[in-house]
Structures are given as structure tokens and as C-alpha cells.
Design a protein around this ligand. Structure first.
Ligand SMILES: Nc1nc2c(c(=O)[nH]1)N[C@H]1C(S)=C(S)[C@@H](COP(=O)(O)O)O[C@H]1N2
Ligand SMILES: [Mo]
Length: 309
């Protein structure tokens, strides 16, 4: 698959213009903060230091923080977009452990504060596109999931990775309704999970993740529809067989295992050809693999992506 124009810039080809644009965004960010424009945010306010990863620079305009933190999909709290920001205060993110198990030589339970320090924290500006045809551009803070997987030493039998979110109806009022089968479960093929673009995320916009964005730790898989990026993860399981994900269980004809962003494959109930950036008025065309084709198309060589949707 080919796309016209580079939207993600490999380190070797980073242009002065791209660097300039990127710095400009960060200056805007800093100015916004000092002018009190971030004051409305619902952050616990804890800073998360990170190094800007220029290899993955984007020149897209950042999505306003207000949209990032007040327009969410997090069905464990509520199925409305505004609900999670209002209700996620009940989520307790400390103490928190993430258990990594299954087809690994060294299964391990990671305390969240140890997990934070497992690899250098990077800042990466990524697009994330929801299956509902809206998208956003966020400065995420995290590191490649591969860093964690390497530590537990997957066996040669490990072909898939399953992500399991927290299940606790006391903290997550949306789980008192059978909207999805809880806990929320998602999955990737092992090569997708090991891809350097697939990030384990702890923060955004310079600070720890707000609860409604998936605190204390979530995935961001930018070439796939947003639902693949599981929030508030408590377990990562390496498997021989593909896991049955919550969305596949809810609607197998609508939500496939791969869920790669693909403008040519419509959702049965709506078109995927265009998207609306949060904060924008006009729609824009959706790009194959959400603009990351150059980096990830090679993972799917020989596959019919209309069948493996
Ligand atoms: N556990 C869990 N993870 C989830 C969801 C969810 O409902 N529960 N929603 C997904 C969907 S559909 C999207 S688009 C993104 C939204 O992330 P955001 O709220 O940070 O924008 O989270 C994904 N991860
Ligand atoms: Mo989504």
C-alpha cells in the first residue's frame, strides 16, 4: 500500500521544516500552559518528564487538551463522550500492578511505579483515529511495548498478545451494565505488539494520564482504530492463539481482530473514508493505516485486508 506524502518522518529524513513545526507546537504548548489555558484540565497535575522523540515527529496541529480529556470513549465509566471525564474520579490508580504472563520464560508482576522506570520515557506526537470517524493528535508519553515484552522473554510459542483492563464495578460504574463483556480485552499479533510504533503509555501533554484517558497505563497503537488501544491495563498475556476481544465478541461482523485504519473498508453502518479531527469543523480524508503505512504496511504483506479487517 502506498500513500502520497510522508506524514510520519523517519529519523533519517527529518527536515528542518518539520523540526521547526514541531518546536513551534511545543512552544505553543508551553505558552498555553503559562497563559493558564490548561487550567481547566482535570489532571492530577503530576508532571511526567520525557524526551521528545523526533524520529516520530508530526506536523499536524495538536488536538486541544480540553477535547483530549473531555471527549472520551471509556465504556467502563459511561457510553457518552462526556461521562468518563465526570465519572473516572472513582478509579484508584495506586497501588496498581500489571501482570505479564502466559507464553513467557519470566512471568512477572510489575508495580506501576517500577513499570514507569523500565525504559526511558519518550514524548511522541501520534494520531489516534476512532472507529467512529473522529481523530485526534496527542503528545503521548511512554515507551515501546517491546521494551516490556523483552524483559519477560516470550517463548517461541508466543504468537499473540492480549491486554486486559481492570474489572471492578465499584470503581467503574459503567461495568454495572452489560454493555461489553468485562473486563475489556484487546489483542495484537506478536509482531504488531513488538513494532516500535506500538507504545505503552503513561501520560499525555507532559503529565500523568488523566483517569478518563486510561490511567495509570494504556496502549496506543496508532495505525489501528482507537478501540485496540486498551486503557487501565492490569494484565498482558502472551498466547499461542488469537484472543477473543471484547469488541469481536460484541459484534464480529463490525469489529475485526486487525482493525487497521482503512478508508477502503467501511464499517457496516458508516463510511470510513473521512474523519473529523476533534476541534476541527471540516472533515479530512482518512489515510491507510492512519498515515503510518510506510512503517507498518510490511506487517500485512500477502494478507487480504478486506477479509482481515
Ligand atoms: N478499557 C477500555 N479501553 C478503551 C476503551 C474502552 O471503552 N475501555 N475505548 C477505546 C476507544 S473506542 C477509543 S477511541 C480510545 C479512546 O481513548 P481516549 O479517550 O484517550 O481518546 O480508547 C480505547 N480504549
Ligand atoms: Mo474508538
Amino acid at each position: 500500500m502506498k500513500i502520497s506524502g510522508k506524514s510520519v518522518i523517519p529519523a533519517s529524513e527529518i527536515t528542518p521544516r518539520a523540526l521547526f513545526e514541531q518546536r513551534r507546537h511545543f512552544m505553543q504548548l508551553a505558552l498555553g500552559a503559562s497563559a493558564g489555558l490548561l487550567a481547566e484540565s482535570v489532571f492530577a497535575g503530576e508532571k511526567l518528564p520525557a524526551t521528545l522523540s523526533e524520529a516520530y515527529g508530526l506536523t499536524d496541529k495538536l488536538t486541544p487538551l480540553k477535547d483530549v480529556t473531555q471527549y472520551n470513549n471509556f465504556y467502563e465509566f459511561d457510553t457518552s463522550k462526556e461521562g468518563p471525564a465526570k465519572l473516572a474520579g472513582s478509579l484508584k490508580t495506586r497501588p496498581w500492578t500489571v501482570s505479564v504472563e502466559g507464553e513467557v520464560r519470566k512471568p512477572k508482576q510489575f508495580d506501576i511505579d517500577a513499570l514507569l522506570k523500565l525504559a526511558p520515557m519518550q514524548e511522541r506526537i501520534y494520531r489516534l483515529r476512532c472507529v467512529e470517524a473522529w481523530s485526534m493528535v496527542i503528545p503521548w508519553l511512554g515507551y515501546p511495548l517491546a521494551e516490556l515484552l523483552k524483559q519477560v522473554e516470550p517463548t517461541s510459542e508466543a504468537r499473540f498478545v492480549e491486554f486486559v483492563s481492570l474489572a471492578d464495578p465499584e470503581q467503574m460504574p459503567g461495568q454495572r451494565k452489560p454493555v461489553l463483556e468485562w473486563p475489556y480485552r484487546e489483542g495484537l499479533r506478536i509482531d504488531e505488539a513488538m513494532h516500535p510504533l506500538a507504545l505503552l503509555i503513561f501520560g499525555l501533554y507532559g503529565e500523568m494520564l488523566p483517569n478518563q484517558n486510561g490511567a495509570p497505563v494504556r496502549m496506543v497503537v496508532p495505525w489501528k482504530y482507537g478501540f485496540k488501544s486498551a486503557k487501565s491495563i492490569v494484565k498482558i498475556r502472551l498466547l499461542k492463539q488469537p484472543p477473543v476481544t471484547s469488541w469481536m465478541q460484541a459484534g464480529p461482523s463490525e469489529y475485526g481482530f486487525y482493525a487497521n485504519v482503512n478508508p477502503a473498508v467501511d464499517h457496516p453502518r458508516w463510511s470510513q473514508a473521512k474523519e473529523r479531527r476533534l476541534g476541527d469543523f471540516l472533515k479530512r480524508p482518512t489515510l491507510p493505516f492512519n498515515g503510518y503505512a510506510e512503517q507498518v504496511a510490511g506487517l500485512y504483506v500477502g494478507m487480504d485486508l478486506t477479509k482481515n479487517f
